[in-house]
Design a protein. Structure first.
Length: 213
């Protein structure tokens, strides 16, 4: 586990330019699709970062934007945004961090050997609702349950999930049930697509962009 001093060094050196993302192909590799709505400029707006402090809940460090971040107005049709990216430069540059456009906390889900074949994922008191979208990431040191792919959006199966477990569907909320063929664990990140309509001007209020390590 990193020390706080090292976390603060990373946060101090993170980029200060924000992009809007419509898709994530590989989170860890930084392979994403940046939006190209009509009027979205190749010059990303800058972000002023506030003071580094403890995460809430604790056990990490974080910082947030201290002033509003405003993008150009959308001059075309509605485009759905999935995430924001923190870049090292106003155009091109390196992608340093990705954040889903949602305030929900990623959930650690497990499948043990007795659950293989039941297609059930255990997450105590998950609080998720039917048809909610979840983006899957690998959990450090754990194999992803068989049948589930990293960097993939799924839906909570369109029947009320139980308090401590759920099943996944592909493509649509009531799509094909995802079959679980092997034990493992993963991070399930709830999120909601945010539409940017014609003539809308996307903006993040102060404190809305949080980078955590």
């Amino acid at each position: 586990m990193f020390t706080n001093n090292y976390r603060d060094t990373c946060l101090t050196n993170i980029g200060a330019f924000i992009g809007l993302l419509t898709a994530i192909s590989n989170w860890r590799a930084g392979t994403v699709t940046e939006t190209n709505y009509t009027g979205y400029s190749a010059t990303r707006p800058g972000a002023n970062w506030g003071t580094i402090g403890d995460m809430t809940p604790a056990y990490g460090r974080q910082k947030a934007n201290s002033s509003a971040v405003t993008f150009n107005q959308n001059g075309g049709g509605t485009v759905s945004m999935m995430a924001f990216g923190v870049y090292s430069a106003s155009s091109a540059g390196n992608l340093h961090a990705i954040g889903l456009l949602d305030t929900d906390v990623p959930l650690f889900g497990t499948v043990d050997t007795t659950q293989v074949g039941t297609d059930v994922i255990t997450v105590p008191a998950h609080g998720l609702s039917a048809e909610q979208r979840v983006f899957v990431l690998a959990a450090p040191g754990a194999p992803i349950p068989g049948g589930i792919s990293e960097n993939t959006d799924y839906y909570i199966k369109g029947t009320p999930p139980s308090t401590d477990s759920f099943q996944l569907a592909t493509t649509t909320p009531n799509g094909t049930l995802v079959g679980i063929s092997g034990a493992g664990a993963a991070l399930f990140c709830p999120h909601t697509l945010v539409p940017v309509a014609n003539l809308a001007t996307p903006e993040f209020a102060p404190g809305a962009l949080i980078v955590q390590i």
